[in-house]
Ligand binder design. Structure first.
Ligand code: CA
Length: 617
């Protein structure tokens, strides 16, 4: 009997690649495998298969202890909790006995190949490059349509259909990305989104443990991370714990109705997540904001259910351990349960102390955003444990600041200065993600005419890459791609020119870019390459000065190295009295990194309209 089972299992492995998932009657085993020697010794193993709940469960291993078997209202699930504190790497059998029928599900505990502390998260020394995988490059046209998946076409003329981009497309252009000078890539979700339509963006996950086959395989994802590391690029993986896609088996054939909020019945979220931290909010509003569903096809997971919580936490740890990712970007962070999200961050950081997590905190003021950052005094005694939050208020201000005239008390660069004077609200301003745009906002160059104003572009990039925080660039910014949210989200996610076979010109090469694009690209590349070696900007403090004559001056300092930025925020030449800035101008001359020219710093300084200086000391 045992021999027959082994033969059957081997045959199954050939068919579907996962021996555990293929034991008779078992459709899913999640996670498919795990590791011995993890800090948290308890593992939840979710088994899914028709009618399996009536089985008696036993384990063949002497050192893996079965702590708890949980049955749900749906007879197609078994939730096992096992204790691995004494377990060595091994493959053991989970034996399911139903009457005279016995099924052995082999389960592998792998040897850890890295220690938790080996995983290095992203920090303010890094610059993230955000890529929407469906829209960056199509490295493998044969995976564009996968038979059996629900969306069965690609159409590059339509903004909401799939375009065919994939992991191979990203792998093929890692040299381009590394040469640009960014040090990390953040990919919009790559996990399976087997939905009938509109899921090219990846935010409707149908299997948390599976890379979407139109992007590639789990193994290709692991290889991409490894290749990226080889080129000095960290990788940030997007995850979504607030909701999943309605085609997810955990929703379609859910274990119990309490796995989803409002007992699995659609109630729309208000999107008004300010109510979470609003001391004046009603309980009703708070509940609708966090427990309401993102859309009808994105059911809202109930993270207060301990089985749901364990499933989600383990899925993130699985990807870190399996693929060696350096960070997670958590979607719609404030929409999920505060207590659960805090527990998740704590558990991940306990296991990987140098890891980083950035939560999407799309709120319109620094007070509201700061609430979500680890150790926020405004949230105390609660603590989100979330190290990095997104500086959306600064993104909005930066979108206007470089178009306006700067005056002493209003407009232009004043708004950036004024905002940064309020950094005391943040527990850790250096760990804010700063950005000009992302896949959900209008691009920094919203309209075509803005691409012709390179002074605007250059000042904005200089600010982004030298202010406090962790800068994030959106793919295509370096070649002046445009996008207006008013014309639909798909227009913010245009294909990178040259990413598809048959594209006429390729912007991956200088020859394919216009003169304007090359000027933007070269400027951005020079700044990014310079920033990599600049500890004053990567790790240093920020000191800034109030606006005078429409100019904004600030210093970044680490030890005895410093950088001082001087920006003319007006369309007139200015002659600036340097007296107020002496403490940030330690010498009477310095080299301007932007031009390589020596600048005299005694008396006054003449600046052309919209001119910037990047002085290194
Ligand atoms: Ca493809």
């Amino acid at each position: 009997m045992k021999q027959i089972l082994i033969i059957l299992t081997a045959a199954c492995s050939l068919l579907c690649g996962s021996s555990a998932a293929c034991a008779a009657g078992i459709e899913k085993v999640a996670p498919a495998f795990w590791w011995a020697g993890m800090k948290n010794p308890t593992l939840q193993i979710l088994l899914y298969g028709e009618g399996i709940a009536s089985a008696e469960v036993s384990l063949s291993s002497p050192d893996v202890r079965l702590k708890e078997v949980v049955r749900q209202e749906n007879p197609n699930y078994l939730l096992l909790y096992v204790d691995l504190s004494e377990a060595a790497p091994q493959t053991f059998d989970i034996t399911l006995k139903q009457g005279r029928k016995t099924t052995a599900v082999p389960y592998e505990l792998r040897q850890r190949t890295r220690k938790g502390g080996d995983i290095e998260g992203f920090t303010s020394k890094d610059v993230l490059y955000l890529i929407m995988p469906d829209r960056f490059a199509n490295g493998d046209p044969t995976n564009d349509i996968v038979p059996g998946m629900l969306e069965s076409k690609t159409d590059r003329t339509q903004q909401y259909t799939r375009h065919g981009g994939d992991l191979k497309g990203i792998a093929d252009h890692l040299d381009y990305i590394a040469d640009l000078g960014v040090t990390a890539i953040w990919l919009n979700p790559t996990q399976e989104n087997d939905m009938p339509e509109g899921s090219y963006h990846g935010y409707a996950i149908t299997d948390y443990y599976q890379i979407d086959r139109r992007f590639g395989s789990n193994e290709e994802f692991r290889q991409l991370v490894s290749q990226a590391h080889g080129k000095g690029l960290k990788v940030v993986m997007d995850m979504i714990f607030n909701h999943c896609g309605s085609e997810n088996y955990l929703f379609k054939d859910r274990p119990q109705d309490d796995w989803f909020n409002f007992r699995s019945q659609y109630v729309q979220t208000s999107f008004k997540t300010a109510s979470v931290q609003d001391v004046n909010a009603s309980d009703y509003e708070r509940r609708i904001a966090t427990d309401g569903w993102f859309t009808q096809v994105m059911p809202d997971l109930n993270q207060r259910n301990r089985h749901v919580a364990r499933y989600l936490i383990q899925s993130s740890i699985w990807w870190i351990e399996y693929a060696g990712i350096n960070g997670i970007r958590q979607d719609t962070h404030p929409y999920a349960d505060f207590g659960f999200m805090a527990q998740w961050c704590r558990e991940v950081l306990d296991e990987y102390p140098r890891f980083n997590i950035v939560g999407e905190t799309w709120l319109n003021s620094n007070v509201l955003v700061s609430f979500w950052q680890k150790d926020s005094p405004l949230a105390a005694p609660r603590n989100s444990n979330l190290p990095t939050v997104m500086d959306f208020p600064l993104q909005v201000l930066a979108g206007r600041a470089f178009d306006e005239e700067t005056a002493e008390w209003a407009g232009g660069l004043y708004s950036l200065y004024d905002y940064l004077t309020q950094d005391l609200v943040y527990a850790n301003p250096m760990s804010l993600l700063v950005f000009l745009d992302n896949h959900d906002t209008s691009r920094f160059a919203t309209r075509e005419e803005q691409t012709r104003d390179l002074a605007r572009y250059k000042q904005a990039l200089l600010f982004l890459l030298t202010t406090r925080g962790i800068p994030q660039l959106y793919y295509g910014t370096e070649i002046l791609m445009t996008g207006d949210k008013g014309e639909g989200d798909g227009t913010l996610r245009k294909d990178f020119p040259g990413g598809w076979p048959g594209d006429g010109k390729s912007c991956f090469q200088a020859e394919g870019r216009t003169a304007l694009q090359n000027e933007a690209f070269d400027y951005t590349r020079r700044l990014l390459q310079w920033r990599k070696g600049c500890e004053a900007v990567g790790k240093g403090t920020l000191k800034h000065y109030s606006i005078a004559q429409g100019c904004y001056v600030y210093e970044r300092r680490h030890g005895d190295r410093s950088v001082t930025v001087i920006m003319n925020g007006t369309s007139q030449p200015q002659e600036l009295d340097l007296t107020p800035y002496r403490e940030s101008l330690p010498r009477t001359e310095a080299t301007d990194v932007l031009t390589g020219k020596t600048v005299r710093l005694d008396g006054t300084l003449k600046l052309d309209a919209r001119q910037s200086l990047l002085l290194e000391f």
